[in-house]
Design a protein around this ligand. Structure first.
Ligand SMILES: [Fe+2]
Length: 190
């Protein structure tokens, strides 16, 4: 039997339960969890089909598992869907199951002392393909922008150390250097 092919969402949840309890830092959680998410997304059928659909008016977001120390969701970006530069205020993992996503990563160069102002510098633009996992660690490396520049849906699994629903975060306007607070709405399924 191919063990990698049999690694399920339930296996991943159990492993993350153990890892998030045992590991002392965001860096070590991300380091341990990254290869496991990569193993999970090797299976194109790792998600129930109902969690792989775009929403009717926006990109799809579905909560798959909420635990005290982490949560797992799926995100479905339609053609042209995007999320402008934003932070997460926690660790995160983004694994691409289907198609690809263009991710722009930023470093913040100012000290945050000036209200509603931030200087961001692009540190990389990557086309994350199916099977790839990208990592976030706050506050040093948790700002990115996502763009589906392709003509079909991109399906991802996201893992975060905090529940982002209604949590105040920052969205950055790169051109004007303005910063605004925003919060993610409820997920499409809960
Ligand atoms: Fe994000």
């Amino acid at each position: 039997m191919n063990m990698a092919a049999s690694y399920s969402l339930q296996n991943f949840i159990e492993d993350l339960d153990r890892i998030t309890r045992a590991e002392p830092s965001q860096e070590s959680i991300v380091a341990k969890a990254k290869p496991l998410l990569a193993k999970l997304i090797e299976r194109p059928d790792c998600l129930d089909e109902k969690y792989t659909r775009r929403g009717s008016t926006a990109y799809g977001r579905y909560m798959l598992h909420r635990a005290p120390l982490f949560n797992i969701s799926s995100v479905v970006w339609g053609p042209g869907d995007n999320a402008k530069a934003h932070n997460h205020d926690t660790w995160g993992l983004v694994g691409v199951i289907e198609n690809e996503i263009q991710e722009t990563r930023y470093r913040r160069n100012d000290d945050g002392a000036k209200a509603s102002y931030a200087e961001l510098e692009v540190t990389g633009v990557v086309n994350n393909k199916a099977g790839m996992v990208s990592c976030l660690v706050a506050p040093a490396d948790d700002i990115h922008e996502m763009n589906n520049v392709t003509d079909r849906n991109t399906v991802e699994i996201h893992v975060y150390g905090k529940d982002l629903t209604d949590m105040p975060r920052l969205r950055f306007d790169i051109a004007t250097k303005a910063v605004k607070t925003f919060a993610s709405p409820k997920y499409d399924n809960c």
